[in-house]
Design a protein around this ligand. Structure first.
Ligand SMILES: C[S@@+](CC[C@H](N)C(=O)[O-])C[C@H]1O[C@@H](n2cnc3c(N)ncnc32)[C@H](O)[C@@H]1O
Length: 219
């Protein structure tokens, strides 16, 4: 298939900057829309500083900061936010009590991010919150690991799209079908996770943090 035969939704519409999105985006850069982090904060408390170890251009980190959290932002690659050149998988010292991120997914990276985060927060007593592809919850290579180290809570969040529209234009139609969950590990948890639902739309407006008072809180 030639580039011109790509579906229209794959092509940015700005005439000066037409780019075709590759099959998987470079560096697995799929930024998180702010409503996803606001929704997380409506149900989870973080009592201390937070490390965003794959911060990209800071879309999660900025919402955390807006909500009054002290945030350490690092990334392997440079997207103009936080400290770049930091390979999270090679980190052996915690940089903050809690870890919150949307990690890279491809090539088993998300699994490795979860393992490294759990190892690091074992030292701090903090929580781990990972935005994951919902399909990743159910995979024969992961079942035993989920059973051994289950999260305390899983939140299905509807209607969010993690796509760098500013770089590639609107997401391709197939991409908008991805569904996401926040998985939360806490140090004291043992046994099956609780499951709950979050609405993306409810948290789209910038001032929607007030909605936290309408939401159920789990921690
Ligand atoms: C799915 S994007 C999410 C970015 C940001 N967390 C957000 O939610 O907007 C994944 C990010 O992981 C970064 N990344 C990939 N491999 C990494 C590694 N080994 N260590 C740290 N960051 C990495 C990429 O540069 C990219 O910014």
């Amino acid at each position: 298939m030639t580039a011109f035969a790509q579906p229209r939704s794959w092509i940015a519409t700005r005439p000066t900057e037409i780019r075709i999105a590759p099959r998987r985006l470079p560096n697995e850069f799929y930024p998180t829309p702010p409503e996803a982090t606001r929704a997380l904060l409506s149900v989870e408390d973080f009592d201390g500083d937070i490390w965003e170890p794959a911060c990209g251009d800071g879309r999660i980190a900025k919402v955390l900061t807006d909500h009054g959290h002290a945030v350490v932002s690092t990334d392997l690659h440079a997207y103009g936010h936080g400290e770049s050149g930091v390979n999270f998988l090679a980190q052996r010292k915690p940089r903050a009590k809690h870890i919150v991120t949307n990690p890279p997914y491809g090539f088993g990276l998300a699994d490795r991010f979860v393992r490294r985060s759990l190892a690091l927060t074992r030292e701090t007593g903090g929580k781990v919150a990972m935005l994951l592809n919902m399909a990743s919850l159910c995979h024969p290579r992961r079942t035993a690991e989920w059973q051994q180290t289950p999260p305390a809570r899983i939140y299905a969040i509807d209607d969010i799209v993690c796509w760098p529209e500013d770089r590639y234009g609107p997401p391709p139609a197939h991409f908008t079908k991805h569904r996401y969950v926040w998985a939360i590990w806490t140090p004291e948890h043992n046994g099956p996770p609780a499951f709950w639902w979050l609405s993306g739309a409810e948290f789209r407006a910038p001032n929607s943090k007030i909605n936290r008072f309408n939401s159920r809180r789990f921690s």
